[in-house]
Design a protein around this ligand. Structure first.
Ligand code: SF4
Ligand code: SF4
Ligand code: SF4
Length: 173
């Protein structure tokens, strides 16, 4: 039974706090399991990253923040790490891709193509809608999850999310 003494706005705020936070993005070539099992939280990977996108997150474990830039897959973080966390020999640095939310300006009819201009692999394509605005969509098979499209977006509409090891044909929206 709902508690009428709680202000509805406060109730929805409390509900929001109980929702699970999104899983952190670990540095490339490092799985979440290896980070939690073997990372000694020394910060060497963060210090070595020339893009400044690695920071200590929850528990002091390294997380990627694309607010500062993109991953160039230089491998510097992996080479600097003294523990068995990274595997530069793995086939794919990570399984993730960009996702564009409907808060995107272009999807609301405002001209913007900043994400497409920033993408080094041409993974963002605009389709002309019949009578509607042109929409950017991410081709998950071309997206490397580098995050270059995140910080240029004036709407804060781009996030990089886990592709669940299924990088392939369908668009990630
Ligand atoms: S691969 Fe290079 S750019 Fe990417 S997180 Fe590691 S050090 Fe930074
Ligand atoms: S995350 Fe994907 S869509 Fe965004 S810039 Fe990198 S390759 Fe392009
Ligand atoms: S940069 Fe952001 S607002 Fe602009 S088209 Fe891309 S997702 Fe939309």
């Amino acid at each position: 039974m709902p508690d009428d003494r709680i202000d509805p706005g406060r109730r929805s705020l409390l509900r929001g706090r109980l929702r699970r936070a999104p899983a952190p993005i670990r540095p490339p070539y490092a799985s979440d399991r290896r980070v939690l099992d073997a990372c000694v939280r020394c910060g060497a990977c963060a210090d070595a990253c020339p893009e400044g996108i690695i920071a200590a997150g929850d528990g002091g474990y390294p997380e990627v923040d694309f607010g500062n830039g993109e991953c160039t897959f230089c491998g510097g973080c992996a080479e600097a790490c003294p523990a068995p966390v990274f595997d530069l020999a793995q086939e794919t640095p990570w399984f993730q891709a960009a996702r564009i939310a409907d808060t995107c300006f272009a999807r609301m009819g405002i001209v913007c193509q900043s994400c497409r201009d920033a993408c080094p692999t041409g993974a963002i394509n605009f389709t002309i809608g019949w009578g509607g605005p042109s929409r950017p969509d991410v081709d998950a098979s071309a997206c490397t999850g580098c995050g270059a499209c995140v910080s240029p977006c004036p709407a804060g509409a781009v996030t990089v999310v886990s592709a669940g090891g299924q990088k392939g044909t369908s668009n990630v929206r």
